[in-house]
Write a protein that binds this ligand. Structure first.
Ligand SMILES: CCCCCCCCCCCCC[C@@H](O)CC(=O)SCCNC(=O)CCNC(=O)[C@H](O)C(C)(C)COP(=O)(O)OP(=O)(O)OC[C@H]1O[C@@H](n2cnc3c(N)ncnc32)[C@H](O)[C@@H]1OP(=O)(O)O
Length: 360
């Protein structure tokens, strides 16, 4: 006659689950359930004392859910019980004295802080997956493309207006047009450059696959020139350098934004792609050079007007001219140029390498 025996049971916990491993080979006729917060286990199998009926019951320390999941392998039965409330238990069973058949499962054992880390990682992974599934949701993609298309269209119209207006004025007025660029163009340029801040946000929040640092350097660099150097000093408004800065900026944008617009409707025009990834090569250094000339020309104006001068403690004198900041800014421009030049060079290589591979 078969006698009923108790198998060896190993346990471990996480904040949300209890894991039990019952050492029973070829377990059959399993009857496992939670009743009145007590796990009841009954099965036939080959345990420490050979082929027998095996059973045990475990009254849990805290409340658990009644549904139990289990999986029987050739060597053991794995049971997972969900805790009613997420938390760390001091022990598994209601009674303080540990039953003799129960031992920690060192293969799965972790201490509370490790389990917390595990939980955090699990949650992060869940959030990431949620985010990814939201980002790949067709309605979100349509909304995103609609937003980007509109943004790029507005910028394209703005910069085209600037470029065409300046070109026509150059043809009609000749050299004279160089002296009043700021008065005729600055409002639209202010609008476009303020709006361009969206590009940093787009890169930061992953709306587009663009790099954050180059976008930040680009937007901050241009806005510094536009609002601080040109916008705040009336003496700079009629300088020909304004023409060169605005013309060089708009020359790239009338190709860059249509390139992005076409991307939003999954279309590519090879000429536009080539122009977007090529004409920055002469334009970028020329643009930085024109901006540097504007900075140098503004130094004497800042020194005379004392605009934005930095107040000092009485012992050191009255104030320091804002031109000190400009002496620091000039080498920063060179660093910014190198960072963005390298970035654009990489983007160009990536673009043309991919296209060559596609056409092979
Ligand atoms: C702590 C204070 C620091 C302050 C530092 C100050 C330093 C000052 C440095 C001054 C340097 C600035 C000088 C500059 O003002 C001079 C000029 O501009 S001269 C004129 C010539 N200029 C240019 O050619 C630069 C034009 N600008 C750019 O190219 C970008 O702004 C730049 C950030 C530099 C690079 O762009 P990005 O990283 O976005 O690369 P991609 O265009 O290849 O885009 C990558 C992918 O993202 C998709 N994308 C990007 N934007 C959009 C969008 N608006 N709509 C839709 N899709 C977009 C794009 O399609 C690419 O995707 P895929 O690869 O799938 O095609």
């Amino acid at each position: 006659m078969q006698q009923t025996l108790t198998p060896h049971v190993y346990w471990a916990q996480r904040h949300e689950d209890i894991y039990l491993r019952v050492e029973l080979i070829d377990a059959q006729n399993l009857d496992i359930g939670v009743r009145d917060n007590v796990l009841q286990f009954r099965a036939q199998g080959h345990g420490a004392r050979g082929q027998n009926d095996y059973e045990f019951s475990l009254p849990f320390l805290n409340a658990v859910k009644t549904e139990v999941s289990h999986r029987s392998t050739q060597r053991q039965v794995n049971i997972t019980v969900r805790k009613q409330l997420s938390g760390w238990w001091d022990r598994l069973t209601l009674q303080e004295k540990k039953p003799l058949f129960l031992a920690p499962d060192f293969d799965r054992w972790v201490d509370e802080s490790d389990a917390e880390m595990e939980l955090l990682e699990k949650e992060e992974k869940k959030n990431r997956l949620n985010m990814e599934s939201r980002l790949s949701d067709p309605s979100f993609i349509t909304l995103k493309k609609g937003f980007l298309f509109t943004y790029n269209l507005v910028q394209f119209l703005g910069f085209s207006w600037i470029f065409v207006n300046m070109t026509i004025r150059l043809f009609i007025l000749g050299q004279d047009s160089l002296y009043d660029t700021f008065y005729t163009i600055s409002d639209v340029m202010f609008f476009c450059q303020i709006l361009a801040s969206v590009e940093v946000l787009n890169a930061m929040f992953g709306v587009v696959k663009a790099a954050v640092v180059p976008a930040f350097i680009q937007v901050v660099g241009r806005n510094f020139i536009l609002f601080i150097i040109l916008g705040s000093l009336q003496e700079m408004h009629n300088k020909p350098v304004v023409f060169f800065v605005f013309y060089l900026w708009s020359s790239i944008e009338i190709f860059r934004y249509p390139f992005y617009m076409l991307g939003c409707i999954d279309t590519e025009w090879k000429t536009i792609t080539w122009l977007r990834y090529t004409i920055w090569i002469p334009l970028y250094p020329l643009g930085v050079l024109a901006e540097a000339v504007a900075v140098v020309q503004s130094i004497s104006v800042f020194d005379q007007s004392r605009l934005f001068s930095i107040p000092l403690p009485e012992a050191l004198g009255s104030s320091v001219s804002f031109s000190c900041v400009l002496y620091v800014y000039l080498p920063l421009m060179v660093i910014g140029l190198l960072i963005n030049f390298r970035h654009l060079y990489k983007q160009r290589r990536k673009k043309f390498r991919t296209r060559k591979r596609k056409s092979n």
